[in-house]
Design a protein around this ligand. Sequence first.
Ligand SMILES: [Zn+2]
Length: 415
Amino acid sequence: MSPLLNPKRTVTELKELRALTGDDNGAQRVAFTPMWSKTRAWLQKKLDDLPLETHCDAAGNLWSTLRGESDQALLIGGHMDSVPNGGWLDGCLNVLAGLEILRRINTQYHGKPPVTIRLVDWADEEGARFGKSLFGSSACSGNLDMNEARNLRDKDGILLPDALKNIGVDFERVKDSGKELQNAAAYLELHIEQGPVLLDLDLPLGAVLGTFGVERHAITFHGQAAHSGSTPMNRRKDAFLAAAKMSPEIYRIAERSHGGVCTIGSCTTKPGIVTSVIEECRITLDQRHLDAAALAQMLQEARDASEQFAIEGNVQVSWERLWQIAPRPFNDELIALCDEAIRETCGRVHRLPSGPLHDAAEVARAGVPTVMMFVQSLRGISHNKIEDTKEEHLELCVTAFDRLAEKTMAWIKSS
Ligand SMILES: [Zn+2]
């Protein structure tokens, strides 16, 4: 570990932030609220101790730049916002680790590193208030759906563009933030895993291969309502029977896919009374995989199975796509560097995909070479006040992430 790096300070600052912006129910740093502004003011004070140029871009993302000998920039990103009653590490861990790395680099290179280093605090990663995540990073990558975002309202009926106006952001110009990526040569993001994979392997850190692609559909089976007493079993058109067969089937599909996951997240029935055969059964299916072809295959298999079950049950089936996103594989060379940094720090490493989306997915989508590092999540739980990571693991992740930053600077220099 570089003697100039102080991972214990990051842990202390995380606790300071928790005390400042959390309560008995967890972190309360919801984007575009007064608590979020307070969080940023706290962060800004810390940034002020370094010779950085700091500004908010057109989408409300906070950029802090340490100019290097080259304009080519290494980006380190995270998000200070949280869900309501959130965990103390999700998002802010990477910003504060990035801050510590900036301090190390600034001291080591006397304020002039070989490449430019930029720390970004993305605005509204969580989408907790307006129901749409990755706001700041998707505006910056150019992928934000303006027509959809323009009409988003929070639970008090306030429109997103009005909430943005309050913090000095003009909604119609948010995509101007894209120019921030002009000299971006690499993007690094550290994050708590939010799942149990590293915990079950008893490993502190992992190199992330990319974020899952997602296919989200509603599947509706249409049968016929009929009296539960007078309709013989062989005469029924039972929409639920067909839908229910999908439940074990998606486990088989996921197993065959090597690494994918499938979830039936809801099931609603009509007429939904105790004395009637079910006429209509609507289930939702969420399928995720890191490989686009495998994801398409999982979807096709689910479609085929639903049609088969409909025929067997003498009912109809219809599909409606709710949402989809392509997989975002990260950069192979940066994954290798991340792997190396973790090995040098704690001996062992695991490579894993990310089920949740992150800002890194948007940056990768914009064509910037990207990788993420995960640190183990105790209990595998996140978006909850019980979210936690051992302090020794937090220190390890700052050290490994710093090594990755140094390796990536060299990689940018040499490419
Ligand atoms: Zn996060």
